[in-house]
Design a protein around this ligand. Structure first.
Ligand SMILES: Cc1ncc(COP(=O)(O)O)c(C=O)c1O
Length: 391
């Protein structure tokens, strides 16, 4: 048998997909599993968005299209960012890909040389570390702490910057913690980065999911940073469109041609009918999305209250996304043991905080993309198991 490439050792994965496989295997044996491990809205895409894609297909939008995206979507994205983030940008700076995820790889591949350092949030979306290592970069974790409501301080960032820092990755609102970077923190971050010539990758896929009055602020809007920030956003979370695969980024001018070349080398383009669905999402009615957001907020309150009533568990109010990140160190068990036992013995699928990096030890991630009824049932099953573990 021929050998595999050694470079594969540098490629990580997303534990959510592994836990999903284990949960499905349990279900195949007849066991009921409540899924709180998945990072996707449990709502269907709004009908007007589906209809836009169906019409596009009927109208013959079944061919290759421009690699950086169709003009209608690039214009809609630029206009959306001007209304929602106050950014005056040209449609030329927008590039579209199948999902926001490719920008993590393309952005890093286009900027990071072997040996370059990349600062990234930890606990954080696991693909950051995977993409940094794949490019031969050195991952430098920026710990997100419970004390700062899962943000960090300007000093935390300053201490990690070195002459080798090529990129800083920010993710607000954040997966897995539900933390967010306030405008005040962004002002401080901008001051720290003003003297440091590095790229910024700002992952804002949860930009429209903020709770309790928290407001989204993009680092790209701060003095001089738009010129070196890759701002990525997508349709998966805001518009419940995970399976469509549609995302976009605002790219600084020097990155537009290289990233378009990476697109041509890998996926060629994003399906045009999907892109027209994206135009409908950005320009169409918001009723269904507003209803989904209101439901997420209701569940957030219920899940946090439920978690705080469990033995050995404390949970901060998440300010964004649809995740709760409870501290389970009071159970006396490591997070992976707690997560494994909850799945195997109680049929509650959650993720260990360590699936998001070493600074996730002591925490679990629960996605509340499930019905209030199922969430409440999961909390009671967790109570039973945690009481048993404490006895
Ligand atoms: C922080 C973060 N960034 C990016 C993505 C990728 O989203 P998409 O479905 O648009 O590729 C996810 C999905 O879970 C995420 O949590």
């Amino acid at each position: 048998m021929p050998h595999l490439a050694t470079a594969l050792d540098r490629l990580g994965t997303e534990t959510a997909f592994e836990v999903l496989a284990r949960a499905k295997a349990l279900e195949a044996t007849g066991k009921r599993v409540i899924h709180l491990q998945i990072g996707e809205p449990d709502f269907d895409t709004a009908p007007h968005i589906v209809e836009a894609a169906a019409k596009a297909l009927r109208d013959g939008q079944t061919h290759y299209c421009p690699a950086p995206g169709i003009p209608a979507l690039r214009e809609a994205c630029a206009s959306h960012l001007s209304t929602h983030r106050g950014l005056e940008i040209s449609p030329d700076s927008i590039v579209v890909t199948p999902g926001a995820k490719p920008f993590l790889f393309f952005g890093i591949l286009a900027t990071v040389n072997p040996g370059d350092e990349v600062i990234y949030p930890n606990p954080g979306f696991p693909i950051y570390e995977s993409a940094i290592r794949w490019a031969g970069g050195v991952p430098v974790p920026l710990p997100l702490t419970e004390e700062t409501d899962f943000a960090f301080t300007a000093d935390d960032l300053r201490e990690r910057l070195t002459p080798k820092t090529k990129m800083v990755i920010l993710n607000s609102p954040g997966n897995p913690t539900g933390g967010y970077n306030s405008r005040d923190l962004n002002v401080e971050i901008a001051k720290v980065l003003a003297d440091h010539d590095c790229w910024i990758l700002s992952d804002e896929v949860y930009s429209e999911m903020l709770w309790g009055g928290a407001e989204h602020d993009t680092i790209a809007a701060h003095e001089g940073l738009l010129d070196r920030t890759i701002l990525l956003d997508g349709f998966s979370k805001t518009f419940a469109m995970t399976g469509w695969r549609l995302g976009y980024a605002v790219l600084p001018e020097p990155l537009r041609e290289p990233i378009t070349r990476l697109i041509i080398n890998s996926v060629s383009c994003t399906a045009p009918a999907t892109q027209l669905a994206g135009v409908a999402a950005l320009t169409g009615p918001r009723d269904e999305i507003n209803a989904m957001m209101a439901e997420f907020d209701r569940r957030r309150v219920a899940v946090v209250e439920g978690l705080n009533s469990l033995p050995g568990v404390t949970c901060r109010d998440p300010k964004g996304a649809f995740y709760a990140f409870p501290n389970v160190s009071g159970t006396g068990q490591d997070a992976k043991t707690v997560a494994d036992r909850l799945l195997q013995e109680s049929g509650v699928a959650v993720l260990s905080g360590t699936a998001f990096g070493e600074h996730g030890e002591g925490y679990l991630r629960l996605s509340y993309a499930n019905s209030l009824e199922n969430i409440q049932e999961a909390i009671e099953l967790m109570r039973g198991k945690l009481e048993e573990m404490a006895a």
